[in-house]
Design a protein around this ligand. Sequence first.
Ligand SMILES: [Zn+2]
Length: 420
Amino acid sequence: MKPKQLKAVQLRRLRKIVDYAYRNVAMIKKRFDEAGVKPSSIKTLDDVSKIPFTVKTDLRDNYPLGLLAIPQNRLYELHASSGTTGKPIVVAYTRGDLNCWGRLMGRSFDVAGVRKGDVVQNMYGYGLFTGGLGFHYGAKAVGATVVPTSTGNTKRQLMLMKDLRTTVAACTPSYMVYLCEASRAEGYEPKRDFVLRVGLFGAEPWSEEARKRIEEVFGLRAHDIYGMSELYGPGVGVECDQRNGLHIWGDEFLVETIAPDTGEVLEPGKEGELVFTMLSREAMPLLRYRTRDLSRVFEEECACGRCHPRIQRIKGRSDDMLIVGGVNVFPSQVEHVLMNIQGLGDQYQIIVTRTDLDRLAVKVETTADRLNDPKLVKLINSDLLAVLGINADVELVELGSLPRSEVGKARRVVDLRPKG
Ligand SMILES: [Zn+2]
């Protein structure tokens, strides 16, 4: 499709979904009415800016199914976010939604080069979390063989990876980084013992250096994949061969960037918060959903020939951003620095404390002979200062001493400051 054709599809679908959501979801109708907007006000794609935002707390406040646009007996599947505090967010799918999600995941697998005959080891958690089943549906959509190992039990993961001749690894990037080290600790020589070809890693921000590390150790090609439970799950976008941003499936998602503080729509190429409108969702239509993820949108055609717009890899979720003594710090920036320094292990932890002033401490693993190397500490400190603009207390710790990401997402940040 040419960009012009895609835009025509988007406009047609946008007008239809706005009308549908207005008629069937009480909260959306109320918001439109309060803002003095009618579905008929949406005449061009730019008119999307007239639509009121939806935010995460709207989903929480309407727990469990207050945003349904259909009778409950038409639901085909339900998922829920992890809900670390309070009630989770429930996401609902009709049969059509589920087919759509599976198709988008299938496309994402296809773009990453996964084919019939591939063996996909799905190390995402199966259950309410959308990761497990999302990747499962995607693997099925391209006709690959799926091995649903789910998270954890690293020894068994590695054994099956070797014995079943897994060609595609799907898991969080932090778990794959962990496997770099764990596979050797278990006596494997990754490039000799495994036949991994492709990796699909998402659900948390990761750095270019983590990609290099994974690719060097396993000899695979690593693709970033983007999504979130609120937007079906994984499969909203994926990196093509060019790996110069992630293609967002434009026929199903209208993507914008806004200034997080004012809500003002930004020009393509400017960094801001990603906002998505789902163009054909039946069970729970979401209009202008604010993700808290910071990125940029590129509309220029990609060398791969696809017309779908691209976003830059996610630097961090604005919720993950730490403000340390007035300076914005993303954990991915710390990772970027550490992975560029020779002699460090893959695991690190960021600790923020406050006595009078905020302090940032970084613990990173290294080999026993370098634990007391003042030069190494100084190098890490100066590199962090160069990238973050603040001084960090650097501590070298023994290999294996920091907590590992065995299940799901890594918990690399410990914020010990008093809340509020
Ligand atoms: Zn491309």
